[in-house]
Design a protein around this ligand. Structure first.
Ligand SMILES: Cc1cc2nc3c(=O)[nH]c(=O)nc-3n(C[C@H](O)[C@H](O)[C@H](O)COP(=O)(O)O)c2cc1C
Length: 362
């Protein structure tokens, strides 16, 4: 979710001296809270694994290290999203992205990772066992892991070239569809994304949950190190300055915020190249973890080709949309991700914050 901030001009005028004193200062970004480098290989791998994407950036993963090479990945209840993700479907996808990031990081240090989903349900304490074994180091993707980010603004209207589509889908195990924005299927997805966003913006539990995960000011972002920040939502410049200093959690519950959210979705849908849809055989924990891994790989490949990836998950969260989409698109299997995509206007350094790994280890 990203926001278009409507400026209250009278208020801004009266606050101008304060605002000017902050002018030019961007909000907190990931690099501002960098930790000291890890010294052990497992610490290095874990500090790269946590760069994985997660819904609302809750970073729901936990790790128990039975040994440096045997990890058990679980989840933290207080970092789940019951209002928008009551079945923990998206949580399992985030866990899959985390495990894949661990695997990609490990390969740079000469280890291969076996990712074994052990969960029978999406709510089991133990979700995945990760085992690392020595192998020949493969080309390092560490820089790409560090640079990957969600891009929501400034996506160009051109579609993604067939060479880049091939590159992006290369290592994907799930079924992946590309639908151009102006195709019949593209229009069906666009309509579902817009309408589901309107439904969600009116669903108070979802809005309250979102509000609890937005870190409006830098001090809170630096303390919590998770959730969405103005910079990560690409609210920069003057609007960023304004929200960082004056926005409060309760502002998210107002009608003007609701309208801003809907306007932002309209803006997003006015420029992009195509939709990427990820589909699995079923929605078992194993398939979800695997699809989360695919999502990470898509993000890494996209980063290398300056392609922006913006998940727009609301049709998969609001009742009725998913079933209608699978039927309208003629896809008979469950959709796990709907990604707005296209060439990025700018690929700036990642802004979203990450927790310290000591708070991830159980
Ligand atoms: C399962 C899942 C669902 C997501 N859904 C959305 C979404 O609906 N809208 C959005 O703007 N971002 C969505 N995201 C992106 C996250 O907000 C983003 O990964 C997180 O804030 C961390 O930022 P980063 O990807 O730049 O590292 C989703 C990510 C995941 C893994």
């Amino acid at each position: 979710m990203i926001l278009k901030i409507k400026k209250n001009t009278a208020f801004i005028a009266s606050s101008l001296p304060i605002l000017l004193s902050f002018a030019g200062c961007g909000g907190l970004v990931r690099g501002d809270i960098a930790d000291a480098p890890e010294t052990t290989t497992s610490g290095k791998i874990l500090s790269l694994a946590v760069l994985a994407p997660s819904g609302h950036n809750t970073q729901p993963w936990t790790v128990r290290m039975n040994s440096a090479t045997e990890w058990v990945v679980g989840w933290e209840r207080t970092r789940s999203l019951p209002a928008v993700d009551p079945e923990n479907r998206e949580l399992l996808l985030s866990i899959g992205a985390f495990c894949e990031a661990a695997s990609v990081a490990a390969s740079a240090y000469g280890f291969s990772a076996d990712i074994r989903t052990v969960a029978k349900t999406n709510f089991d304490d133990r979700l995945v066992e990760l085992r690392f074994a020595q192998s020949t180091p493969s080309g390092s993707m560490i820089e790409t892991l560090k640079k990957r980010r969600t891009i929501r603004k400034g996506i160009r209207p051109q579609t993604i070239s067939s060479a880049d589509r091939e590159f992006i889908s290369k290592n994907v195990r799930a079924k992946i569809f590309f639908f151009d924005r102006d195709s019949a299927q593209g229009r069906v997805i666009e309509k579902a994304v817009f309408e589901s966003n309107v439904v969600q913006a009116n669903r108070i539990e979802a809005v309250k949950e979102l509000s609890a995960w937005i870190r409006w000011n830098d001090a809170e972002a630096a303390r919590m190190r998770n959730g969405l920040t103005p910079e990560s939502m690409e609210i920069t410049g003057f609007p960023g300055l304004y929200v960082r200093h004056f926005y409060k959690p309760q502002d998210v519950l107002t009608d003007s915020f609701k309208q801003s959210s809907i306007d932002t979705v309209k803006d997003s849908l006015s420029s992009y190249g195509c939709w990427i849809v990820i589909v699995t055989d079923d929605s078992s924990p194993k398939e979800l973890v695997s699809a989360g891994g695919d999502f990470l790989r898509i993000g890494l490949a996209a980063q290398q080709r300056s392609v922006a990836i913006h998940p727009m998950t609301q049709p998969l969260e609001e009742i009725g949309f998913s079933e209608k989409l699978t039927s309208d698109l003629g896809i008979k299997k469950p959709i796990q991700f709907i990604l707005r995509a296209g060439y990025a206007g700018a690929y700036s350094d990642p802004a979203s914050v990450r927790m310290n790994i000591k708070d991830v280890i159980k």
